[in-house]
Design a protein around this ligand. Structure first.
Ligand code: ATP
Ligand code: MG
Length: 330
């Protein structure tokens, strides 16, 4: 049994004049101890998936079909009280921009203590001991628990949010863009800290990012998302070492530091299609340099290719595409 299983999930948002098909038939599973990456550009549905796992979708969002199970237990249909136990105690969530949403008028230690005492029947002193402990785990000085968010740098504030996530000893940590907005050196420190912590507390990690380099450094397995669809899925080394999908190839080229070859950064021209219509044809076809007529009829299924799975009507030509993709995708 996997720790987390997301099966064929479809999620839409209702807006005044349309319906946004944000996530379409997404499936992936995380085994105990795994570091799993969800990568894709802005708007590909990453945060929507994270929020649906935690039952925290925006009010206008709904899971239309599919299921999410955690340790074999179906999560949809939990009562608010049951959700409260799952959140934080079992699955901790570091939301996108968490470090900017710390309460500015409460010391960081008091914020962590408050979240501990919301879930555990412990004394203030016991909660404070735990705050000191998690401060140490994330590499912050416990002498600083009485300070306010503005007294910390961006990287340190992010460590505070990680400390808060760890406080209840979760089995899975979901971190949504934990390094965005931080400079490269601090990003690297945060990534290494997350890995160190995960080993220490023996949890699993679902890491959401648009940066291939971060996934390559952190995650054993990855799903590459585009337009609410999984385009490619497998071991990170396979997916970015030998991509089988034009979108992953483009993403990899956009982040040349993960490439063995000395390559220029290439951005993928174009932008995501409107998601207000259920996608017909391959969702990436408008930007794909290899698209043909066949790509207009239906979105391709995920099929095995090399050691991973890829959704592409031309997956059998993947090796040829890789050669071509070393040229800018124009
Ligand atoms: P980013 O990298 O920018 O955080 P993301 O991959 O996390 O992007 P989501 O935030 O999941 O993407 O958004 C997926 C799609 O759903 C986008 O088209 C977005 O505009 C849309 N969307 C998200 N929240 C809502 C909402 N509350 N109402 C309507 N549409 C929404
Ligand atoms: Mg997001």
């Amino acid at each position: 049994m996997s720790l987390l299983e997301v099966n064929d999930v479809k999620i839409t948002y209702q807006t005044p004049d349309s319906e946004v098909h944000a996530v379409n038939d997404v499936s992936f599973s995380i085994e105990e101890g795994d570091n799993y990456g969800l990568v894709g550009e802005s708007g590909s549905g990453k945060s929507t998936i994270a929020k649906s796992v935690l039952g925290l979708l925006d009010d206008n969002g709904a899971v239309r079909s599919g299921s999410v199970t955690f340790k074999g237990r179906e999560l949809s249909g939990l009562s608010e009280e049951e959700w409260r136990d799952v959140r934080w105690e079992e699955i901790a969530y570091i939301p996108q921009s968490a470090m900017d949403s710390l309460d500015p008028v409460m010391s960081v230690g008091a914020q962590i203590r408050q979240s501990i005492r919301k879930h555990r029947d412990v004394s203030k002193a016991e909660a404070d001991d735990r705050v000191d402990e998690v401060f140490e785990i994330v590499g912050l000085d416990p002498a600083r628990t009485g300070e306010y968010p503005h007294e910390f740098s961006g990287g340190m504030r992010q460590r505070v949010t990680i400390a808060m996530a760890l406080a209840l000893d979760p089995d899975l940590i979901i971190a949504d863009e934990p390094t965005t907005g931080l400079d490269v050196i601090v990003q690297d420190k945060i990534v290494h800290k997350l890995l160190e912590i995960q080993e220490e507390i023996d949890s699993s990690l679902l890491l959401i990012t648009h940066e291939v380099g971060v996934v390559a450094e952190t995650c054993d397995k990855v799903s590459v998302l585009y337009g609410g669809k999984v385009m490619e899925q497998g071991d990170t080394d396979d997916v970015f070492g030998n991509p089988q999908n034009p979108y992953s190839m483009g993403l990899k080229n956009a982040f040349p530091e993960v490439d063995e070859f000395d390559q220029q950064a290439i951005s993928i021209p174009g932008s995501l299609p409107e998601l207000t219509e259920p996608p017909t044809g391959c969702v990436f076809r408008n930007r794909c340099p290899f698209a043909t007529e066949a790509c207009e009829s239906e979105h391709p299924d995920l099929v095995e290719s090399a050691d991973q799975v890829s959704a592409c009507h031309h997956v059998e030509d993947a090796s040829e595409m890789q050669t071509d993709a070393t040229d800018p995708l124009t």
